[in-house]
Design a protein around this ligand. Sequence first.
Ligand code: TYD
Length: 213
Amino acid sequence: MMGKFITFEGGDGVGKTTQATLLANALKTLGLKVKITREPGGNVIGEKIRNLMKSSSPSDMDPLCEALLMFAARRDHFVKLIKPLINKGYFVVCDRFYDSSLVYQGVLKKIAFEDIMALKKITIGDFEPDLTIILDVDSDVSIERLSTRKLILDEYDLMKKNEHDLIRKGFQKTAEIFSFRSVIVNAAGSEQKIFAKIMKIVQKRLLDILPSG
Ligand code: TYD
């Protein structure tokens, strides 16, 4: 049986990593084969590209260069890890995927939607997540979460409120464009309350079709 690919998207500080981890653990306790991963990163090449990106000042990096790096990392991640695991029946839970490129390199850095989609087509073809959970919360809440969570904030974390707002709107837009796979989840409130909503969505969309036993 083919596995499933579930992505978490949303701005910085919305709680993607926490919720992706809770979901991966819950799926494991159901006896499913599960792999949690992230972008940029997830494998050797991807993590190197992540470090390169995180260690460069965002203003130093040309936006198209940044987009190409993201898709280079994604290509490697996809062919070496994501696709083989799905073929082996794994539920792969990924913290960010190409919607993040549409929002960060597209909306924020002004690369045309069509250009990002062209890179997507070259690198991963028609592949799409089975489900994308978009965590959505007021920018003041995500900024507050970021400031209490990390001792050292990198430049990507130190965005101004108007950038957080743009990113939030960008993900609301990807939810509309890719409505066949996207669900927006209000990410205000306790971790457990948010997770209960996510689990319900996953049950309804993906687990109902699992053969019993
Ligand atoms: P994130 O995974 O939230 O990392 P951390 O837990 O270290 O905050 O974010 C990594 C950063 O990479 C985030 O600011 C968004 C950015 N990013 C892009 O710009 N484009 C992409 O395609 C992806 C996947 C991430």
